[in-house]
Design a protein around this ligand. Structure first.
Ligand code: HEC
Length: 106
């Protein structure tokens, strides 16, 4: 009985710790390692500095900013054939994982 209570306390602690990352709290299914894996597909065009050929730098972006931009391509609100195609294939968990990973990079 007692050990159950301790376990519950630990879980609640982790939950509260996570809550403090306000910018990340709505990232359903986000996993930075998965984001790193997915990013392998993006680096051909987006390297860490941006290639300076109309390809913007996407590392170090705030999660909310990244998600807004990707969704704008996904819904075709923002024009760009390449990025619309890229965004079309990304689901919520993938977008959130990328957002989390990229926000941790410089
Ligand atoms: C074939 C090249 C290419 C690939 C691969 C690619 N992108 Fe892009 N991306 C671009 C270009 C070009 C733009 C600028 C488009 C524009 O002007 O709207 C862009 C723009 C973006 C933007 C908007 C940046 C801003 O500040 O407006 C985001 C976010 C982004 N890409 C994320 C990704 C992610 C995540 C991936 C991998 C899953 C990816 N891109 C793969 C070429 C690429």
């Amino acid at each position: 009985m007692k050990s159950k209570f301790i376990l519950l306390s630990i879980v609640v602690c982790f939950f509260l710790m996570n809550k403090s990352y306000a910018d990340q709290k709505q990232l359903v299914g986000a996993d930075a390692d998965y984001g790193e894996h997915l990013f392998g597909e993006c680096v051909t065009c987006h390297n860490s500095t941006g290639l300076g050929q109309g390809i913007p730098k996407i590392t170090g972006m705030k999660t909310s900013q990244f998600i807004t931009k990707i969704l704008a391509y996904k819904t075709k609100e923002k024009e760009n054939a390449v990025m619309q195609m890229v965004a079309e294939r990304l689901g919520e968990e993938e977008i959130n994982s990328l957002a989390l990973y990229l926000s941790k990079l410089k």
